[in-house]
Design a protein around this ligand. Structure first.
Ligand SMILES: [Zn+2]
Length: 398
């Protein structure tokens, strides 16, 4: 199947023929006393393409058309086209061919090196891409782009120390703050240290994460988890509550922790009091608490159960299937099992639909992802606040 790049190569061969390109351009022909008719070379190239021998056609093109000031842009265009189409080996071949030119101007060499590094990156050859970007980051007009790509590579490789270093250099050179991104790099280090049981290092990294502005609540969340894991429940609770007070989007990450600590400490009354005080201060939290409780299957706490019940009664789609209002008018607890079953069903539905969605690109996932895999932005996901019945119904119909 001919591709866009096959057509471009074919077009180039035809153009060469039309322009009478042979005069001094055909390396092999230069030494021939009287030039051969051009058509032999371009027809050979076209023949390769007609036989779907793109690599041979490309080699033929590179041999015919030397890199010089007049042809270099054509080489770059072809290389970039191959990369865009995912034909990375061919892009690499073209860019290496440009770099091999001995009298290449410094600017063109940098452009070719940058293109080659992008090819390597696209091909997943991250070590090679890193080494070329590092060279460009030392001093070239591609310094900023090289550092941006280095950050991306280090994020992919989870080399957070190097990511911080590149991010900080980028802040200076690019003249813009990357405080949030760098804070997340420190949080990654903190989480990794805590996972290994090195809580002191974890706390130190969190401290660094919290020095920049804007701050990320992930620092406080990581610090709270460390306090929880080291048995310092008082600090953990204080931090979890502070996170909810500052912003409610981490409710699904904090509410189960809060409930677990109070219950573990046998302080269920305190839990009830804390939740009621929260609801009094922020009545809008009712839905988020209900949704978090459904998703995390939290039950047996009156303040939470009331939120869940009201959430179910207010859900219009659910009302079409079940007469919830009849259930709500129950005289005794006779219908409680029915409500519990609906709640269980909701929990199951919630686990089959995305719980978080990126505000930048719409990428959705079941668990919170600090860096969006779709657009690579940090902390752009926000939780869903209702079970997506429509999606569930669509899935079950199709
Ligand atoms: Zn995104």
């Amino acid at each position: 199947m001919p591709t866009e790049s096959t057509f471009l190569l074919a077009g180039l061969f035809l153009l060469l023929a039309a322009l009478g390109w042979a005069l001094g351009r055909f390396g092999e022909r230069e030494e021939v006393e009287s030039p051969q008719p051009l058509n032999v070379d371009y027809l050979k190239g076209l023949n390769f393409l007609l036989n779907e021998q793109t690599d041979q056609a490309l080699e033929h093109f590179l041999k015919m058309v030397r890199v010089d000031d007049k042809t270099i842009e054509t080489h770059f265009a072809l290389g970039s086209l191959f990369r865009r189409r995912g034909e990375v080996d061919r892009a690499i071949r073209i860019h290496q061919n440009i770099i091999a030119r001995p009298d290449l101007a410094a600017e063109q060499r940098d452009q070719a090196l940058y293109s080659l590094a992008k090819d390597y990156q696209r091909a997943g050859l991250l070590d090679r891409a890193e080494s070329v970007f590092l060279r460009l980051a030392e001093g070239s007009r591609y310094q900023v782009q090289a550092l941006e790509n280095l950050c991306r590579i280090y994020e992919q490789e989870k080399e957070w120390g190097k990511a911080i270093e590149s991010g900080q250099r980028l802040e200076v050179l690019g003249g813009r703050s990357l405080a949030l991104q760098i804070a997340h790099y420190y949080c990654e280090l903190a989480e990794a240290a805590a996972a290994k049981g090195d809580y002191a290092a974890g706390r130190a990294y969190v401290k660094k994460a919290q020095t920049g502005r804007p701050r990320t609540l992930r620092g406080a969340l990581t610090r709270a988890h460390i306090a929880r894991d080291t048995g310092d429940f008082k600090t953990a609770l204080k931090l979890y509550h502070r996170i909810i007070d500052e912003s409610n989007y981490l409710i699904a990450e904090t509410l189960p922790e809060i409930v677990a600590i109070y219950e573990q400490e046998g302080e269920t009354r305190e839990l009830e009091r804390a939740l009621r005080s929260l609801l009094q201060k922020q009545p809008g939290m009712r839905t988020l608490i209900a949704y978090s409780a459904i998703v995390n299957d939290l039950g047996g706490v009156p303040a939470i159960d009331e939120c869940v019940e009201r959430y179910m009664l207010d859900e219009p789609t659910l009302g079409e299937f079940v007469d919830l209002h009849r259930l709500s008018e129950r005289t005794a607890d006779s219908d409680a099992p029915a409500l519990a079953r609906i709640r269980q069903a909701l929990c199951k539905l919630a686990t089959t639909t995305p719980r978080y969605q990126c505000q930048e690109c719409g990428f959705s996932s079941q668990r919170l992802l600090w860096q969006c895999p779709g657009c690579r932005n940090w902390e752009t996901q926000r939780p869903a606040s209702r079970v997506q019945f429509d999606t569930v119904l669509q899935h079950s119909i199709t």
